[in-house]
Every structure is written in C-alpha cells, then in structure tokens.
Design a protein around this ligand. Structure first.
Ligand SMILES: [Zn+2]
Length: 341
C-alpha cells in the first residue's frame, strides 16, 4: 500500500471537498486501527518521461510552472504552491506499487494518493485532476514491463473522461466505467464503445442515482466478469472512487463499506483467473470522510484476505437496473459474449 502525508501538500482551499483531510483520515486510521497487516510502499516522484506516456510536454511544463504559486487551472481545479510536487508523487507512488506487483513483492496494492487523476486529459487539468495516474500506470506496464493487455475498471461516481480519451482507439487497454449519469463531466454514454482498433474496448455503463451494493455487484459479476474472462488482462487496474458511498456530498449512490469489500473481492477473483491475481487500485474521489475511511478499510480487509468465493449479499438489485442495462448490454454484445442473467 502507498500512503504518505506528503499527499496532503496539495491544497485547493479550505472549502474544497478534494481536501488534504482525505489523506489525514486514512493515515490516522492506518496508524491507530489498521484492518490488516500491510506492506508500506515508499512513493517516488514520477519523471517527465513517465508523465509524457499520456501527457503533452507543454502541459507538463505548464503544471511545473505553477510550483510555489496559486494558479486556477479549471473551474473547480486549482494548482497551489505544492501541487506540482504532490502530483508527481501521486503518479510516481502508483508506478512504484505497480513495480512491486510486477516484481512479486506483493500480489495486489492500493495507492492512497492525491490529487486524483481520471479526469485529467493529455493537455488539460480538470475535475480536481492534474495527471492521469491510472493511465500513466497502464502505459508504464505496457512500455516498461512488456505487458500486452490491461483492464482498467473505474468504479468512481464520475466518468473517467481522461482515461477513456487516453485509450479510446486502442485494444490493448480495455476501459470499463460505471458512473452516475447525468453528472459531471457529462461524458460516458454507452454508445461510446471505442474507435478503430479500440472499437469494443471502451465500455461505459451510465446509471441513475440510488444504486447500491447489489447493483454494482450484479454489474461486476454478470457483465464485467465475462468480458474480463474473454479479454484476458494480465493485470487489473482500478480507479477506486469512494464517491459512490452512501452519504457522499457529490453523489447519489448508496454503496456501503461492506459493498466496497465485495466489489474488491469480485475483482480479486477476476484477477486470479486471468492475471495471476495482480490487482492495483488507485484512489480517485470520495468526499464524505467517514465513508471514505470505512470504504478503504473494507477494501484493505478484502485485499488482505485469502479469497474463498465473493460473499453474496447486499440485498437485491434496484428495480430499474435491468432497464438501465438494456442499452449497454445491446452495445457490448456486438463484441463480447455476455450471457443473459
Ligand atoms: Zn468522482
């Protein structure tokens, strides 16, 4: 696991929900009451070359130029004096976790970093994100570790427009996002299914608010699992947003701490069957501090547990789920064999 109080250095102002306190509550939980023993992975700054896997050099230089200053980058995204160094450490911390997975030190890892990344585009900061940590990590695995097929699962409340854009025309990285819609950033319709070589490798499931554990678990087990089995990723990366938690101020979803544990167990089972168990999560959103802390606690508990079978439970799916999944399923079945539930 990667966590470091230096991730508190990036600060967008006292009232911003994407606050240093997010790392503070996690660090304190891990110091006072860790759910399982874990191996700490020391973060390092990402290099320009690594960021340039995804980002344009001019944009990297632009973010660098904000060091020591306060510079608005987008309506809700501001670089502060320490944002540049913190963002480097966020991407680099995730890369370090991937290296420890690839060298066999650990089988899975979660990187509890800030700022988050999945909205960041090649030359644009947006949605509290500066560098796209998960996309930089995927490129690192392809280019430096020679992997050929990666699955990125994005369970954050919001669609990861930056990650979609990074891999939209490619078949080596399959992007699977479940997100509330309509909501920021407005992208993520199911019809955006990839383009060219990438056609069929960008899977979006927009959902109305109100979904809980059973809805997410149904989607993971009935749709994602068969796609993952056919695609055969060599490592599964996860944009782990805890803004789908019940009580999050930005969202209307209702996932419980136990639900985050079950989703993690479900992904561990997929990783076990195709990816030698290799699973790497990176923190994205999650703005209700107690929900963030308890969600992360259950994810850690799941990651540290020898898996039997993912525990069922969490009640029944929402009555509207079947209808909401009709269009995504019709589109996904052009490429993937997904049995009827
Ligand atoms: Zn989010």
């Amino acid at each position: 696991m990667v966590i470091d109080r230096r991730y508190m250095g990036h600060d967008m102002g006292g009232w911003h929900v994407e606050s240093p306190a997010r790392i503070e509550v996690l660090a304190r939980m891990l110091e006072e009451d860790p759910p399982v023993p874990y191996r700490a992975i020391e973060p390092r700054p990402a290099t320009d070359e690594e960021l340039a896997f995804v980002h344009e050099r001019g944009y990297i230089d632009l973010v660098r130029s904000t060091a020591g200053k306060t510079v608005p980058m987008d309506a809700d995204t501001t670089a502060g004096p320490k944002t540049w160094e913190t963002a480097l450490l966020a991407a680099g911390g995730f890369l370090e976790s991937l290296d420890r997975i690839m060298d066999g030190t650990v089988q899975n890892a979660i990187s509890l970093v800030r700022p988050p990344g999945h909205h960041a585009e090649p030359s644009r900061a947006m949605g509290f994100c500066f560098f796209n940590n998960v996309a930089v990590g995927a490129e690192h695995l392809l280019r430096r570790h020679g992997l050929g097929r990666l699955l990125i699962v994005d369970w954050d409340l919001h669609h990861g427009n930056g990650t979609e854009r990074a891999f939209y025309e490619r078949s080596d990285v399959l992007y699977f996002s479940v997100h509330q819609s309509p909501l920021y950033p407005g992208t993520g319709a199911a019809r955006f299914f990839g383009h060219g070589e990438g056609h069929g490798y960008n899977l979006n499931i927009p959902l109305l608010s109100g979904k809980g554990d059973a809805d997410y678990l149904t989607i993971f087990e009935k749709i994602l699992a068969p796609v993952a089995a056919q695609f055969g990723p060599e490592l599964i990366l996860v944009s782990a947003g805890f803004d789908i938690a019940a009580g999050d101020p930005l969202g209307g979803m209702a996932v419980t701490p136990a639900g985050f544990g079950r989703l993690t167990a479900s992904l561990m089972a997929m990783a076990e069957s195709t990816a030698k168990g290799r699973l790497a999560l990176v923190l994205e959103g999650g703005y209700d501090l107690p929900a963030l802390r308890e969600g992360v606690r259950e994810v850690l508990r799941a990651l540290g547990t020898e898996r039997d079978s993912p525990s069922p439970g969490g009640g029944s799916p929402s009555p509207s789920l079947r209808l909401e999944l009709e269009e995504p399923l019709r589109i996904f079945r052009r490429k993937w064999d997904i049995p009827s539930a």
